[in-house]
Design a protein around this ligand. Structure first.
Ligand SMILES: [Zn+2]
Length: 251
């Protein structure tokens, strides 16, 4: 049930026929894992906390640095030196005291990642490196959990949803597993705040759609964002039947 305060707090989204009381209850009963509390994870965590997702599981082993604040908007100047998880918990619980926040402050190995993924309904990959993305994808495929994946570097962003519950859905490895170009990180290549904000906001929106069950999720499609030209492009992406992660031999 929703109490009077919750009905008021969420009234503007409950007004939508796509959400309504039932959808709000579904959000309240949902558990979500956010991997990475940086530029993407910041808007993801802020919007999903504000929207009333019942349990947010927050994973990051890093601490807040001054160079983060240009884009990682869940943290503030007073948070420099704190763990990103504790910094985010302070801000998110101030935004919405009705929700539960679960902390993962240490790096997740294969077993702890599998357990963290098994404990939730949906995962958002907001990490900044290929090896984490591959590990999170493999854990999601193994557990049959939907994965909302976003990335941004320089002035380009990418977004897709991988949902192993749908037989036609590719996984992250189907798309990127065949030797990607040299890995770049934001600390080396640079990135602008509003672009990671945009990609993270879209990730939060895709998560809400999947949890509530409305709209058409970005499954089998890769959204490419060109910030320089203000252009959005969409590529169809297919499941790779020989994929070493989600292929039939490993299903
Ligand atoms: Zn695959």
């Amino acid at each position: 049930m929703l109490n009077d305060q919750e009905l008021l707090r969420y009234s503007r989204q409950i007004l939508l026929q796509h959400v309504d009381i039932d959808g709000q209850l579904r959000l309240k009963e949902s558990r979500v894992l956010i991997v990475g509390l940086g530029g993407l994870g910041s808007p993801v965590a802020l919007y999903l906390a504000a929207a009333g997702v019942g349990e947010l599981h927050l994973a990051d082993f890093d601490t807040v640095d001054l160079t983060n604040l240009q884009r990682q908007i869940v943290h503030d100047t007073d948070s420099v030196g704190l763990t990103k998880v504790d910094s985010a918990i302070r801000r998110l619980s101030a935004i919405n005291p009705e929700i539960t926040l679960v902390a993962h402050r240490t790096a997740l190995d294969e077993d702890s990642l599998a357990a963290a993924v098994a404990a939730v309904d949906l995962v958002l990959d907001c990490s900044d490196n290929f090896s984490t993305r591959e590990a999170v994808n493999a854990a999601c495929v193994a557990a049959g959990k939907p994965l909302v994946s976003g990335a941004a570097i320089r002035l380009e962003g990418q977004l897709s949803v991988f949902d192993p519950r749908r037989p036609e859905s590719p996984c992250y490895h189907c798309l990127y597993g065949h030797g990607s170009e040299a890995e770049l990180t934001c600390s080396e290549a640079g990135v602008v705040g509003p672009l990671v904000g945009l990609v993270g906001s879209l990730q939060a929106l895709e998560a809400m759609k999947l949890l509530v069950g409305f709209g058409e999720p970005l499954v089998g499609r890769l959204l490419l964002i060109d910030a320089l030209g203000s252009r959005f492009r969409e590529l169809r992406v297919k499941r790779d039947p020989g994929c070493s992660v989600c292929g039939p031999k490993h299903a």
